[in-house]
Write a protein of this length. Sequence first.
Length: 316
Amino acid sequence: MLCIGVFATAMTHYFAAGTLLGMLFYAVWRWPTQRRSIALAFAIAGCVFAVCWGRFMWQQRHLFATDDPSTTFLTAGIPHHAWVTALRILLAPLLMLFPVSGIAVPLAAIAGLAIYSGPFLKRVTGSPEFVSFWGCWLIGTVSVVAALDFTRQTDHLFFIRYILLAGPAVYAIIPMIALNFSRRACHVAGCVVLIGCTFNLPGIYLLDPADPRRMVRDLMSPPGKDDLLIIATDPADIQSAEVELIRIVRYLKPYDCKVAVLTRPATAEVLNAARKSRLVFVVTRGQSPQPYLKDAEVLESRAYPGLGRIWTLRME
């Protein structure tokens, strides 16, 4: 049964590999006398997976490259990438339930740390053997995706779909931790989560009136390899800048221009790249790009509700 379960999990998504690593760690740790049987079950499941799906993985190998046009949206190149990735790891558990923003971010980060560590604190958990199962599930799923982001400077954790398999662990850990205090606390925790999800439900299905296709279509010149695309924003709005970039890049065909995200005046490196570029396209929330790029000549400027303003510049 373990072999079948491992194979079925592997067939759901490539990033199920993290969940399986967490399960392997838990099984070997929980039942040390059966390590050989456990390892054999995982090995057989891996071989069957390779036979059934290996050919298709080889055909899709280009999707694992960060320079492939279909995956370049994952390499936004935001400032302080390591710190942003660490924050995303802490926010991941609550983002499985509802959006988190503004003043709720620090509280959500603390709650995320509690969800990660709670299953392994014997003073907190009443049944550590069972709760730690979900802890390994959660950490294994998130850690593999986070490792990709740290080592390859990508933004997989920005998209919940890549770690969605961690959701069941979050749903189990929250009431289990609360149950250690009292049955009433368990019910209260479940009600709070349910109410939070209910209030955020309309926003999840709200259609975004902003259409980035029009912004891309109206550019005076399609950005090419000799051009530079800049997303300029305030440091507090770095997440919005990422969304803006992803929206635009999604419809840039082909997408081979250089990209930069600015939260302050351009560095010497960015200025040098801008001067070497044929054109510079700057997306802002309405403010002029002059504070970010001095000595720039504005060739065109257009505003788009819900998206901001895109400027076409030439460096003097």
